[in-house]
Design a protein around this ligand. Structure first.
Ligand code: BG6
Length: 523
């Protein structure tokens, strides 16, 4: 049988050349000998996400036997106290079942260093700890420093790491730094932060976490678009009417007033998660799944984004008011503990973006996010144009709306296509129907948590899922004028509009779409 065409008839991918690409990427990727140093061990991020993800990775057999986790904080703890904190966090938040033998092996690699960020002696102790781990656990000089701390402290910590020789690895070994958003407050502060990191770590050693990129369904956007033939031909302004990207949460700000007040929905979510989602949905096909190739396309897309002229009509913001959520009475944002009574921080933000390129000219992208909305749901909806012509009687299509392809990021991960179909019967009546793909019923294996994937990628030094500083700066360039506009509105006494908890946001968000003759989806 002659190769190419015949093999493709069997449904296999004829393009894989095992000689050129001997690495089968379906094999489990296991981290090499290494350790992780966690700064900010007492924070929510560490307890709810990082520690459980490390346990889940160990449980899945993806960490090396000598893996070590070192906590660094001001508390006066012994190694065992730190182990207890990790234990509690794993019991409460891990995705996979607790197994004594996995835990025992993992816990042997726990260390704790007590001190604050200005304490030279503490960083010397950290250095000694790392040396001890290399000796006793075989971590091979490979260490990642995870800064689960406010960005204001990044400079102090990376400076100390450099001063105490912790950023230098021996030959063949590596040192990496992991940082979490917020990557700045605006473009200027993001640039400063990037400079701070760049002065100490090389570009390839800095891993910026945007946990949305670690979600299976977000990675699936690239698979959907570029591993299939049927979507790309219609993925453009000829067929797409507009795109809606929604990240709705039913919860309020919880205990995060200190972080959230002065930050707000646009900085917290649009600048990072939603603009990254939009990049993946709208960018051109990269030349490969290598980080450099992906970044080129994402940066190109982000550089093509333009704001409409009239920001008053094309943006909306709001604050949740007291009301009911999930059958319980809830307080309004301004009454939350720790929030300034006159705070103008938005808990809902909606913006309109245009993309100045041939593929998307004239197709608005509507992005919205909010707390205390009707439901927790993140989705991307590609809304298609109406057919240019119908030969059916107008009554036959009265119930027919626009075709939509919805990528359900969470919960209920999957995809839905909505299209028109004839209603059974003797008359011609066409109505919307849906076709569904659900991860839950298609695959037997549950999706890992985003942090599992991302921490593993850090340890493997695999960068495609981490935004680079150019992307961060381009995102601020898009958002800054909107934030300035809202700040100017505040000065004029035009505050964010109140919306009922459990609703779908302020009326101004609906007006923003109504002006374009469109409506938001109610997922
Ligand atoms: C974080 C935001 O990045 O994402 C939070 O800071 C938000 O405000 C969270 O609640 C939502 O993440 P997820 O994965 O639950 O959608």
């Amino acid at each position: 049988m002659s190769s190419g065409a015949a093999r493709s008839d069997t449904g296999r991918n004829p393009q894989r050349n095992p000689l050129r690409d001997p690495l089968d990427r379906r094999l489990p990727r296991i981290a090499p000998p290494c350790g992780l140093v966690l700064f900010g061990v007492t924070g929510d991020l560490s307890r709810k996400k990082v520690m459980p993800a490390i346990y889940d990775l160990a449980n899945r057999g993806l960490l090396p036997p000598g893996f070590s986790l070192t906590g660094f904080a001001r508390r006066d703890w012994a190694d065992q106290d730190f182990a207890q904190v990790v234990h509690d966090s794993v019991e409460e938040h891990a995705r996979t079942p607790f197994r004594e033998e996995v835990w025992d092996q993992l816990a042997e690699g726990f260390r704790f260093v007590s001190g604050d960020f200005s304490d030279d002696a503490a960083f010397e102790r950290l250095r000694a700890t790392i040396e001890e781990l290399d000796e006793t656990r075989g971590t091979g000089g490979n260490h990642a420093f995870y800064l689960a701390i406010p960005p204001g402290a990044f400079g102090d910590v990376v400076g100390q790491l450099r001063e105490h020789g912790l950023t230098e690895s021996g030959a063949g070994a590596w040192r990496r730094v992991v940082v979490e958003k917020p990557f700045g407050h605006d473009l200027a502060s993001a640039r400063k932060l990037n400079t701070t990191l760049d002065e100490v770590f090389s570009d390839g050693s800095i891993f910026r976490i945007d946990h949305y990129l670690g979600k299976e369904t977000v990675q699936n956007i690239l698979a959907l678009r570029f591993a299939n033939t049927m979507f790309e031909p219609i993925w453009n302004a000829n067929y797409v009417d507009h795109v809606q990207i929604t990240m709705a949460e039913d919860v309020g700000i919880g205990g995060r007033a200190g972080y959230y007040d002065g930050i707000g929905a646009a900085r917290d979510v649009i600048q990072n998660h939603l603009l990254q989602l939009m990049s993946l949905v709208a960018m051109e096909e990269p030349t490969s799944f290598e980080a450099a190739a992906l970044r080129i396309e994402k940066q190109k897309l982000l550089s093509s984004i333009r704001l409409p002229d009239d920001l008053a009509a094309t943006t909306a913001r709001g604050q949740y008011a007291a009301g009911w959520a999930g059958g319980e009475k809830v307080t309004g944002f301004l009454q939350e503990d720790g929030i300034a009574p006159k705070s103008a921080t938005e808990t809902f933000a909606a913006i309109t973006l245009d993309v100045d390129n041939r593929r998307w000219a004239g197709v608005p992208f509507y992005l919205r996010t909010g707390k205390r909305l009707g439901r927790r749901v993140t989705e991307v909806a590609i809304v298609f144009k109406r057919p240019p012509h119908h030969f059916f009687n107008p009554d036959a299509t009265e119930e027919l709306t626009q075709n939509v392809l919805v990528i359900r990021v969470q919960p209920d991960e999957g995809m839905t296509v909505r299209f028109g179909s004839k209603v059974p019967g003797t008359t011609m009546e066409i109505r919307d129907v849906t076709m569904d793909f659900a991860y839950g019923s298609t695959f037997t294996e549950a999706s890992p948590e985003a942090y599992e994937r991302l921490i593993l990628d850090v340890l493997l030094g695999d960068p495609p899922l981490f935004p680079r500083h150019e992307e961060v700066e381009l995102s601020w360039r898009i958002l800054d004028p909107i934030l300035d506009f809202w700040a100017a509105q505040d000065q004029k006494g035009k505050r964010p509009e109140a919306y009922d908890s459990g609703s779908w946001g302020p009326a101004s968000a609906d007006a923003m779409l109504a002006r374009d003759g469109r409506v938001w989806r109610r997922p």
